[in-house]
Design a protein around this ligand. Sequence first.
Ligand SMILES: Nc1ncnc2c1ncn2[C@@H]1O[C@H](COP(=O)(O)OP(=O)(O)OP(=O)(O)O)[C@@H](O)[C@H]1O
Ligand SMILES: [Mg+2]
Length: 347
Amino acid sequence: MADSPISHHDGSTEQGDAPSSAATEAPADPSASPEQTAQMEQAYAQMRRKLRISKLDEEIKHKIMVLSGKGGVGKSTVSVGLALSLARSGKKVGLMDIDITGPNIPKMLGLESAELNVEDGQIFPVIGPHGIKVISMAFLLDDPDKPVIWRGPIKLGAITQFIGDVAWGELDTLIIDFPPGTSDEPLTVSQSLPGIDGVVIVTTPQEVALLDSRKSINFAKTISLPCLGVVENMSGYTIRGTAEPNTTISVIGPAGTPIEAQTNETGEWSLTLDIFKSGGGASAAAELDVPFLGALPFDPGVVRGGDDGVHRIIAEPDGATAVAFDEVVKNVLIQIAGSSGPSVRIS
Ligand SMILES: Nc1ncnc2c1ncn2[C@@H]1O[C@H](COP(=O)(O)OP(=O)(O)OP(=O)(O)O)[C@@H](O)[C@H]1O
Ligand SMILES: [Mg+2]
């Protein structure tokens, strides 16, 4: 396909998958010019894609979009965490990175050098940790350091093509990570992909991030998708130490004021410092009448893990961050069950 933004790795032109019926196969017409034949093939490829997209509703039980109003609040980290947490509980999970201009999910999962396999016009996802199936625009870029500049319609066309051409197979849940903001991408996906369960909104406790998450909640309403809830990321930072048993110790907190903690009988103490503030996600959720899905701690290991390609859930499966992700997933699943049955509120 001449104007296709996705170039297939095997160098093939777009053919669609093996046609299942004569209705989706471009009829050979010896009198047609090469241009007409190409146009006809393109139209039939589009038809096949539409057919495949309509089947996705049955093949993928749940589809969750992860959004945030503000950039850098941890959407991609949370998307990967939700996918891994679900997968380690035995679910079949897919993860789709829609961030075309800054796709970083492959790096977070240590999959940067992976290549997509394309057969019969279908793109096969790369298999990540715990068997998650990963699709990212990054896999299609020859040079990850070169910025991708696609004008609106081409970018949105690429997303639709992406959705229709991936051979996910049967999945319990597909997690979709987006660039920040309420731009065209989530709108396009919500219009192209059938049966989306809803939107998970990621925020940090700062006022400015919370303000933006309100926009995301309203955006979900505008595109008629349920808001499954708000996740507060980088919530609090826990420090630990030892001192004289059964005494009170004092540390200087982020606001410059002393905070006290009690040591136990073996002298251990721990304190959770609210680096940015605390409880903002829960209060924003309550104020906007959407569920609060939980708080994820500020964890320097998350940054290291993102850079090294080993997510915290993999590096420390029983650590505080992994446990917090499991709690968020539990609440997301309650919301999904609630949206198809009696409503359950967590706040
Ligand atoms: N809970 C956390 N504790 C510490 N660092 C975190 C946490 N969550 C995310 N980070 C770090 O914050 C940075 C931004 O995270 P991430 O890329 O997931 O954000 P994003 O919202 O997807 O960004 P963008 O808007 O650019 O897509 C990364 O360096 C990541 O490692
Ligand atoms: Mg991101």
